[in-house]
Design a binder for this molecule. Sequence first.
Ligand SMILES: [Zn+2]
Ligand SMILES: [Zn+2]
Length: 104
Amino acid sequence: MWSCAIQGCGAGAEHVEDLLVHQATDHERVQCAVCGTLLPDGYFAIRHAFEEHSRAEYVRAYDADAEDIRRRESLIEDIESAANIEEVVSRIDEGDSEPASSHA
Ligand SMILES: [Zn+2]
Ligand SMILES: [Zn+2]
């Protein structure tokens, strides 16, 4: 069971893909604090920040500390080892927020 870590949400999903689609479609987009790009909340926003910007930029813009960075890095590793990111991206493009199990 995966649960949405976005503040005030707490939605659960059986598959990590469902959780990522939920974060991208059911939540408002968030603006990157470093460059201002609009991003799906949750995993994609964190991945953007870590891939596009240095850790130093992230710390400055988000007032984060080393512990915040470690937590987010391990979250991304957990998600990427469990999720089919291409499936998630294509489901977001199609606007599909239904759980994968409903298509079976
Ligand atoms: Zn949520
Ligand atoms: Zn950015």
